[in-house]
Design a protein around this ligand. Sequence first.
Ligand SMILES: *[C@@H]1O[C@H](CO)[C@@H](O)[C@H](O)[C@H]1NC(C)=O
Ligand SMILES: *[C@@H]1O[C@H](CO)[C@@H](O)[C@H](O)[C@H]1NC(C)=O
Ligand SMILES: *[C@@H]1O[C@H](CO)[C@@H](O)[C@H](O)[C@H]1NC(C)=O
Ligand SMILES: *[C@@H]1O[C@H](CO)[C@@H](O)[C@H](O)[C@H]1NC(C)=O
Ligand SMILES: *[C@@H]1O[C@H](CO)[C@@H](O)[C@H](O)[C@H]1NC(C)=O
Ligand SMILES: *[C@@H]1O[C@H](CO)[C@@H](O)[C@H](O)[C@H]1NC(C)=O
Ligand SMILES: *[C@@H]1O[C@H](CO)[C@@H](O)[C@H](O)[C@H]1NC(C)=O
Ligand SMILES: *[C@@H]1O[C@H](CO)[C@@H](O)[C@H](O)[C@H]1NC(C)=O
Length: 422
Amino acid sequence: MIYISKLQFLIAFSATVGQEFVTGCLGHSSGSLLKIDIASYTNTSGHVHIYIPYLGINTTSPFNKTFSLALDRSIALDGTRIENRGVFIKSDKDISVYATSSLPSSGLRYYSDTYVVIPIDSLGNKYEIASYDPNASTSYPSVFMVIAAFDNTLINVTFPNGTSISKTINWLNVYQEASPSTDLTGTIVQSTKPVSVLSGASYSKVASQGSSYDMLGEQLLPVNSYETYFIVPPIYSSYSFIVRMFSNQIPNRICVKDESIENCTMVGPTKWIESAPKSTALIVTSQEPISVVQYKAGANYYYMTNIPGLRQFINSYAFVVPDVYSSQTTYIAVTIRSSAIHTLRLDGSSPVNQIVHKANVPAPLNEYMVLTYTITPGYHVMNSNETNVLFGLLSFGFVSTTETAFASPVGMLMRKYNIFHE
Ligand SMILES: *[C@@H]1O[C@H](CO)[C@@H](O)[C@H](O)[C@H]1NC(C)=O
Ligand SMILES: *[C@@H]1O[C@H](CO)[C@@H](O)[C@H](O)[C@H]1NC(C)=O
Ligand SMILES: *[C@@H]1O[C@H](CO)[C@@H](O)[C@H](O)[C@H]1NC(C)=O
Ligand SMILES: *[C@@H]1O[C@H](CO)[C@@H](O)[C@H](O)[C@H]1NC(C)=O
Ligand SMILES: *[C@@H]1O[C@H](CO)[C@@H](O)[C@H](O)[C@H]1NC(C)=O
Ligand SMILES: *[C@@H]1O[C@H](CO)[C@@H](O)[C@H](O)[C@H]1NC(C)=O
Ligand SMILES: *[C@@H]1O[C@H](CO)[C@@H](O)[C@H](O)[C@H]1NC(C)=O
Ligand SMILES: *[C@@H]1O[C@H](CO)[C@@H](O)[C@H](O)[C@H]1NC(C)=O
């Protein structure tokens, strides 16, 4: 299995793959279920230690390729407050960790989203919140959560209305901010030590499309992992989406290009812009690094996901596609140079029979394509058999019975805070 040694070479530069993680459960007004899925990047068995003081969990479990844990609903937090509800995960092998929330009701699963958990050594000290408009007539808020990876972390939060607050939190404390009537997007979170930041909205409708509502959730990238070239994949099949783009620098010129138009905008420091709704592959470029977050619109189910920059692509991914509910359909979207498509392997074989959609990318990145494949829930390895081929990988899915959708990058390269510490 050659891909394993290649991957360990890449991990030296840091990625969403790691051994120590902190996370939490973003607030839902009626308590969501948090499922943790772990994928091993090695071929030997390991141990995973999970410590959740709030639930009285302190266990070490052996695992081979994968390990899963469903957390009691009481871990979810309502409203604006600080609580000791963090989750600590430590493994003796390199792993990738996925967290999926969903709201169980009457034996079904509603309001879900998923995110890849960023290891502690890739966290940062500054974040720009990507959330969405809450539905003001319900109690489901626009929300973000800061989870302390270290004791005695001072955090400073500047809201879109200009108000600043600061708080001190300790290891595995979570500070959640929930706004039932306004969108918290554009809030700046700064901290004296690296922190983990989750954000989203519990019950929103993206771009006023569709008749239903869904949860949006993602772990945010720190500003030191921002990038300048992005290909935003179209969503199978033909769903529309918007992107929100976050700039940390001045002056910054951000351009969005599809097959028909190129639209460039000057963006001030710590400001964000939103694209018009799109349904084909989109190129986003910027002078200074930005983050790009895709929000699925269309139909009645929604998600938000970070889009990896082209320089964050990897050669080999071990991952788990979450199993949210039995009636789900799940896909992966691969962004790769057309000339390298034939080198892709999914679980050791060519996935060519699983292709459901091929999308062209506009110039000047038209050497790339976005391919969508069906995939089963559970553990998978996807790689190129050529070491020099890097590709981007998102997983996403829909549960049509309850009109919910979820998506996340499968993995991406990140910068280590101890090298690029601000
Ligand atoms: C990985 O596991 C497979 C199946 O158990 C085995 O055939 C293979 O030799 C292992 N590879 C390495 C590098 O340990
Ligand atoms: C958790 O378990 C580990 C051993 O697995 C132990 O060393 C540690 O003291 C325990 N922590 C608490 C708070 O019980
Ligand atoms: C891991 O694989 C070994 C060898 O197949 C097996 O004996 C062991 O029970 C497995 N461990 C777990 C936790 O599944
Ligand atoms: C908020 O949600 C309620 C309940 O689903 C719905 O009736 C109402 O139209 C929504 N309001 C807005 C502004 O979307
Ligand atoms: C928080 O950050 C804002 C913006 O940088 C600054 O004006 C404010 O003084 C800071 N507050 C604290 C308590 O550090
Ligand atoms: C600013 O926004 C925050 C977050 O929504 C809110 O808690 C605070 O009360 C607002 N401040 C003012 C002066 O409106
Ligand atoms: C161009 O971009 C701006 C800022 O994102 C947006 O408000 C505007 O709608 C865009 N125009 C078109 C034609 O897409
Ligand atoms: C990778 O796979 C392609 C297509 O099957 C094959 O042509 C190529 O020789 C393989 N490369 C390596 C390094 O094995």
